[in-house]
Design a binder for this molecule. Structure first.
Ligand code: GLC
Length: 590
């Protein structure tokens, strides 16, 4: 229970840090005096990631330190105290390597350096060291499916058919003059084959033309990439988020993909005007990916406590389970998008997916994620335009009080809104120009972090690379930190609850009231410790809710409130919980 005195002390510490009034060591002492050891510190140090809170930073948009309008590493370092107070255990950095920035860093031209726009290797080392002082781990993005076309490997590969690096990429003859090898398409629109007149062959690119796919059948490619991982782990990196990992391999026979048909039997057309194709088993999710995942796990195991997170958009739990490895020897944390991308407030769907993660992944740790730099933010996918704040509170409750490693995206904690460009000439993400106006690209979820209600939201003293959304006047860290009922403080309290209550951190998830169509309810349990129950009202109407505890061993309906929607009443018993629209109740059964 958060008593007023306690919350006000913590609140003042947080406020002082964000306002830059006290530095981290003072805060650390204050925290040390008050806080219990976190579950992460209790668990074996190598298992730090179980139950951890991971924060995705899109470096370009987080904090600019030199006035060029682009976020950078020194900017991130200057905000570590904020992340510490928020309760973050690890940061996943979207790519910061040298890159022509066609795909804003996902087109890497040198895997062992830092793009000058973001800083230097020395800045990176300082970031790692400063993060370590605060017990925050750095996880890098590792893009293995493709490089930039400006990478020296590709430049060599493209130089002639007999170049030793020719086979590092996927080169094929066309079917006939002017006809690509098959019908495969780029995820960013149109053919996945680019003709190279110099050598009269096509190269394959799953993403932009400037992102040629590496040939993962070539052992030299594998070795080069594994050595890159070692390079960063030696610098203190705690693991990798493996970009587009299911797409490493393609069908060895280069067979055409099947066209998806609509109800009338006509080909379905996507936002780019292309026919929709079934990529599964042809350019996506080939079994050989598991061989690479196993090899990578071996590489990672050379450095204790390092982890592999996967960008794994799967459509079923069997694929998710498989990516942990049959012997749990592949990814530590394949992302479970099946919960986060339901994109509809449907309690039955949430219940099903969360329960699958609890019961069908061989007891492994699920990684739930609701948001990232590739999808419209929460407001656009779950909001109703009226109760967005309440809905964001509810989604974060699902994220932080389920048994999972919780991953969230910068700005979610303050409720940043998706702000897509309104004119094609303003679009920065090339996909938004190819798909305009049906697909506006990903600029809308990549706008600068909103720190203050002041100029450029405190992001930069220059001209921001993407416009600051008009919401920054009220949706910003400085304003929210001084409002106890803000979303930011809700996030902070949820994370604190998770750190201080082992049942919330690691207890098993038991779904309750399993046929309720309006309220999602569940219990967290560890034998011998008080059960925690959670209820989320998935509707815009108030609900009077009675927890059904028949599936548990509980005999009492008395509970102590741990958290609840601001302004709502404490229930007299778990039989009569009044949930406001999209309201939340978290209680500890007595
Ligand atoms: C992943 C990244 C995305 C990028 C793509 C190609 O999906 O998250 O931002 O465009 O891979 O690298």
């Amino acid at each position: 229970m958060f008593t007023f005195g306690k919350r006000s002390a913590k609140f003042l510490i947080a406020l002082s840090i964000v306002a830059g009034l006290i530095s981290y060591p003072a805060h650390a002492q204050a925290q040390k005096a008050a806080a219990k050891a976190s579950p992460a510190t209790q668990a074996s140090a190598n298992d730090w990631w179980k139950g951890a809170v991971v924060y995705e930073i899109y470096p370009r948009s987080f904090q600019d330190s030199n006035g060029d309008g682009i976020g950078d590493l020194n900017g991130i370092t200057s905000r570590l105290d904020y992340l510490k107070v928020l309760g973050v255990d690890a940061i996943w950095l979207s790519p910061i390597y040298p890159s022509p920035q066609v795909d804003f860093g996902y087109d890497i031209s040198d895997y062992e350096n830092i793009d000058p726009a973001y800083g230097t290797l020395a800045d990176f080392d300082r970031l790692v060291a400063e993060a370590k002082k605060r017990d925050i781990k750095i996880v890098m993005d590792m893009v293995m499916n493709h490089t930039s076309d400006k990478h020296k490997w590709f430049i060599e590969s493209a130089s002639s058919k007999t170049n030793p690096k020719r086979d590092w990429y996927v080169w094929k003859d066309g079917k006939a003059p002017g006809v690509p090898p098959n019908n495969w398409q780029s995820d960013f629109g149109h053919s996945a084959w680019q003709f190279d007149p110099k050598t009269n062959q096509y190269y394959y690119h799953k993403f932009y033309i400037q992102q040629p796919d590496l040939n993962w059948d070539n052992p030299q490619v594998r070795k080069a990439m594994y050595d890159t991982c070692r390079f960063w782990m030696k610098r203190g990196v705690y693991g990798f988020r493996l970009d587009a990992i299911p797409t490493l391999f393609e069908d060895p026979q280069d067979r055409d993909e099947q066209v998806v048909k609509d109800a009338n039997g006509n080909p379905k057309i996507n936002a780019y005007g292309d026919q929709e194709l079934i990529t599964e088993g042809m350019t996506d999710n080939l079994p050989k990916v598991h061989d690479v995942e196993k090899e990578l796990r071996q590489v990672i195991n050379e450095f204790p406590g390092r982890i592999l997170i996967g960008e794994t958009y799967f459509s079923n739990v069997a694929d998710l389970r498989r990516s942990y490895g049959i012997k749990n020897d592949e990814l530590h944390l394949p992302m479970d998008f099946q919960v986060g991308m339901i994109n509809k407030l449907d309690p039955a769907a949430f219940r099903l997916r969360i329960n699958e993660a609890e019961t069908q992944i061989n007891g492994n740790e699920p990684l739930f994620v609701f948001d990232n730099h590739d999808n419209p933010r929460l407001d656009a996918r779950y909001g109703d335009g009226v109760h967005d704040l309440e809905i964001e509170r509810m989604i974060s409750t699902v994220l932080f009080t389920s048994r999972d490693t919780a991953l969230f995206y910068y700005g979610d904690e303050i409720g940043m809104k998706t702000t897509p460009p309104t004119r094609i000439e303003d679009v920065k993400d090339p996909v938004g120009r190819t798909g305009w106006p049906k697909e506006k690209g990903r600029d809308g979820e990549r706008t600068p972090m909103q720190w203050t209600p002041g100029p450029n939201a405190g992001f930069t003293t220059g001209t921001p690379w993407l416009p600051i959304p008009p919401t920054y006047k009220t949706v910003n860290v400085e304003t929210e930190v001084s409002d106890y009922d803000s979303l930011l403080n809700w996030y902070k309290q949820l994370i604190e609850l998770r750190r201080n209550n082992p049942v919330v951190a690691t207890g098993k998830n038991v779904m309750l009231n399993t046929s309720d169509t309006k309220v999602l309810a569940w219990a967290r349990q560890i034998d011998g410790q008080p059960t925690v129950v959670i209820a989320c009202n998935f509707t815009a109407e108030p609900q009077k809710f009675a927890f059904d505890l028949s599936g548990t061993n509980l005999t009492t309906k008395q509970a102590k409130t741990l958290m609840k929607t601001p302004g709502s009443a404490d229930p007299a018993s778990l039989d009569e919980v009044n949930l406001p629209p999209f309201g939340v109740y978290i209680g500890q059964v007595q």
